[in-house]
Every structure is written in structure tokens, then in C-alpha cells.
Design a binder for this molecule. Sequence first.
Ligand code: KG4
Ligand code: ZN
Length: 359
Amino acid sequence: MRFVLGIESSCDETAAAVVEDGRIVHSNVIASQIETHKIYGGVVPEIASREHLSKITAVVAQALEQAGKSFAEIDGIAVTCGPGLVGSLLVGLAYAKSVAFALGKPLIGIHHIEGHIFSVAFEHPPVSYPALAFIISGGHTNLFWMPEAGHYVRLGHTRDDAAGEAYDKVAKLLGLAYPGGPILDRMAKAGDAAAAPLVFRPPLMPDAPYDFSFSGLKTAVLRFVREQHLETKVPAEPLPQVYFDVAASFQQAVVQTLVKTLGRALRDYPVQTVVIGGGVACNSALRKGLEELAAHSQTPIYVPSPVYTTDNAAMIAAAGHFRFSRGERSDWTLGVNPALKLHHSDIRPPTQRKIRYRS
Ligand code: KG4
Ligand code: ZN
């Protein structure tokens, strides 16, 4: 299986890519719907499906053209089949199935998070196992232990908002645009965290040391906004300094939580590599924190370039190549599953010290 066409449409990006041998990206076309959803302050599922429908043919055609390939030269088709928005997933799957059926090419359904885990395939050496995978996006904050490629044991996840979702919600309550992550990241650089202290206590979860919760932090920002009488509609330009300070304070709390939890997992679980994925991995402070953690723990932490951390189809093609290479194929009954699970919770990873964790 040499050339795989990847198709991704689980949320608000219509994407297609041609990847060779799971590692060489020949094209990676991403049509973002951000401009459409911006005015609503978040993704509107029905509008997202319609946009996918109107764009998918052109996006796939462009991916083939940029790769200099025809449909006939593609060896297999990989498509995201969950989790995500049901209508959006259906557009990608129906398209992928039709193409695979018409051309008589093999098809494989890919879990979106597994795609994110494969986003390190293009710019880094192959992953050595056991490994940890930390996926931090708008929909997920998941930490997995991987004894081998394709085997996922979930160590922790978010109890409420995903990290990116917390960014988006905090931006919204400050009256800023969607998506909030990149905006707050930029603003945080011009802010002083100490000037906007947020009062919150990280929740105690002794039985689940790798779980996350961001709702308390979000409430702390809300309380700060109210106490400081900040304008939450559309703040007048130029923005007062306090907005930059609160962005810095919020970002510091999120990044500390993420890096600390990963650091704890690294101390507790012996791994060869850490794999990072998901849109929040674009965050400048997080990338710096991960660099420091890699140096301190002497464990390679693979962080993809921003184009591969946010949703894309190259990562789906790479995961598809891996599944195809193991002889896996989906049949025509393949459907979408908005709540598809990735992890196997049937084995316990070896631990250096006694840890209780959720199964
Ligand atoms: O992986 P992704 O493209 O889509 C999902 O699968 O969710 O992630 C999108 C999320 C959004 O919540 C966005 O605000 C966040 O990633 N994000 C960031 C940054 N860039 C994107 N969050 C923090 N800092 C950034 N620089
Ligand atoms: Zn994603």
C-alpha cells in the first residue's frame, strides 16, 4: 500500500491529502470553515455539514492535483469515521465509500484521535514503544499509554471541557472571536499573569491522577471578568491591558496543568517517546513547556508543526497506511460513530510505583 488518499471532515475542516508510505506528504489540502462559523462564536453542526458537502469534491481534486496523482494511482482510501459531528462525518464517509467502490480500491475507517497520534509521522523519526500519546484539541484532552503501535490504554481524559474548548469559551466570555486559542495565545505574550490572579483550586482527583478539569478555571475567569467589570460584548480597540493580563494568567494555568500532568505520567510510566497532537499543541507556551519537559526528563517529545497539529487529512492517511499495512480493511457496512472509542482498557501498563487508575 504505497499511496493513500486521506479524507477528514469530522468538524469544521474539509481536508484531503495524499501520503506515500505513511510518511511522505505529497499534498495536504485543508478548507477551513472558521470564517463561516465565526459569527456564531462556535461551530454550527448543520452549517458545517453543508459546507463539507459543497467543498469535498474540489478539496479531493486539489489534493490529487497537487500530488500529481490520478484516482487510479491511489492504492487505498482512509477516512475519519468518528468521533465528531455526525453530519460532517457522514459527508466524508459517503464520499470516500463512493470513490472506493467506484474504483475498486480498499477503504479503511480511521478514528480521528488515532489520526492525531499519527500526525508525528512526517517530521520525526519513527516512534519507539512503549510511548505516551497526549492529544490536546478542541474536542479532546486524552492521555494514552501505548505498549505498541495501534494499542491505546487511556490513562486520563478531561472530566468536562477539552483544553481547546476552554480556550474558546474563555475567549468568548472576554468578547473575543472564535477560535479563541490562537487569539489568547497571541494576547498572553503581551500580558502579565501576576497582574490578573485567578482564584481557583485545581480539583482533587486522587483516583485519577491523569484526568483533567478546566471548568473551575473557566469559572475563575468569569468571576474575574465580573469583578473587574470587563466588557464582554465586543471590547473597544485598543483593548485595555487587563485583557492581555487575564489571557496570560489563563494560559499559564492551562499550560502548567497540561505539562505537570504529562510530567507526572512520564515519571510514573517508562516510555521511549511522547507523541503530542491536537490544535492546542500549536500553543507557543505549551510548546516551550514541552521542550523543557523533554530536556528535563530526557525523553523525546514529538510535537508536529502547526499544520499537522490542527485537523488535517495527512494524519488520517498516515493512520490508514498503518492499518492497511496490518491487513485491515473496512467493508461497505462501515458507518460513522460520533462517540467512537479508541482505547483498549483491558491491560494495565507497568508502573514504577503503585498507581490507581480508572479502567
Ligand atoms: O485539533 P483541532 O484543529 O480540532 C479538534 O479536533 O478539536 O483543535 C482546534 C482547537 C480549538 O479549540 C482552538 O482554539 C485550539 O485548538 N487552538 C489553540 C491554538 N491554536 C488552536 N489553543 C491554544 N493555543 C493555540 N495557539
Ligand atoms: Zn482534531
